[in-house]
Design a protein around this ligand. Structure first.
Ligand SMILES: NC(=O)c1ccc[n+]([C@@H]2O[C@H](COP(=O)([O-])OP(=O)(O)OC[C@H]3O[C@@H](n4cnc5c(N)ncnc54)[C@H](O)[C@@H]3O)[C@@H](O)[C@H]2O)c1
Length: 270
């Protein structure tokens, strides 16, 4: 059911790779709530993924941008502002990649070249996007930026590997930039800490099946789905959450504040 929460709003959505992507669902939900969207992803992902299907469905142009390349981000904002005829109202950063995770290299043996690359894509990219937007005055007053994160930034989840460090920095950038962009232009910046979700990035984590089942049992409401995450992002882009900024917001069915559940105890007693 749509409420027209984003009527008249314009946004850029990073990271829709395929139908499972959290960004894909968020783009669909934003469109259903009345927003106009520009989609973007890395050129290689555009070649491998199925983004044109989504682009047709929600009538959105696709502008390629590798988030590690400053010129790509500048070009993205330039083209998006031309398309919309002005600045954007919201941005979704839904990007993550670790070569150490992909190659199954344990945290204590990380290859630093891979670590740098993953850090650049998964964390520093948020700073790059915000810095470019601020310089170009590309986000309108009271605009909203959301980046997706995971609780391994704050607690140890062994196989989340160097993505834990990337997410810790990502959350810190949201806080720090939230201060500067808030005082300068009333732009708000938050991270959403989502439950484990079956997507390309998510399933790349070693032992993902055990991981997601454990989280399901450890969450009083169960795991939050990608569609539910999309709904939450919609509220954060809407005017109903105007005074929320610099927060890491858990969207995890209560997992983050649960010590143990009866379901997990029962499992342990078997
Ligand atoms: N799936 C989960 O369990 C889970 C849980 C919590 C948070 N998250 C976070 O949600 C976000 C979205 O991930 P997802 O699970 O939807 O997986 P996904 O694989 O669908 O999305 C990751 C996206 O990052 C993009 N990307 C990678 N390198 C890039 C680059 N250089 N430039 C631009 N884009 C690049 C990919 O093309 C892809 O579209 C990530 O930040 C992820 O860490 C995921």
């Amino acid at each position: 059911m749509a409420y027209n929460l984003l009527k008249g709003k314009k946004g850029i959505i990073f990271g829709a790779l395929d139908e499972n992507s959290i960004a894909w669902k968020t783009a669909q939900h934003c469109y259903a709530e009345g927003a106009q969207i520009v989609l973007t992803n890395a050129p290689i992902a555009l070649r491998m993924g199925t983004i044109n299907k989504l682009a047709d469905e929600i009538k959105a142009p696709v502008i390629p941008a590798d988030v590690t390349v400053a010129a790509d981000i500048e070009n993205l904002f330039t083209q998006a502002m031309e398309h919309f005829g002005g600045p954007v109202d919201f941005v979704l950063h839904s990007i993550g990649m670790s070569i150490n995770v992909r190659k199954g290299i344990p945290y204590y043996e990380n290859n630093y070249e891979f670590t740098h690359k993953g850090f650049d894509i998964s964390a520093l990219s948020l700073h790059r996007v915000l810095q470019t937007a601020m310089k170009m005055d590309a986000i309108s007053e009271w605009g909203s930026v959301v980046a997706l994160t995971y609780i391994a930034s704050q607690r140890v989840f062994p196989d989340y590997n160097d993505m834990s460090d990337n997410k810790a920095v990502l959350e810190s950038i949201a806080r720090n930039f939230g201060y500067y962009y808030g005082t300068k232009k009333k732009v708000r910046i938050n991270t959403v800490s989502q439950s484990p979700t079956r997507t390309t990035a998510g399933s790349g984590v070693k032992g993902f099946d055990g991981f997601i089942n454990y989280a399901e049992k450890m969450s009083p409401l169960g795991n939050a789905s990608a569609d539910e995450c999309a709904d939450y992002c919609v509220t954060l882009f809407s005017d109903l959450t105007k005074m929320v900024t610099m927060q890491n917001l858990f969207h995890d069915g209560g997992f983050s504040f649960t010590g143990v559940t009866a379901a997990v105890i029962e499992q342990m007693e078997k």
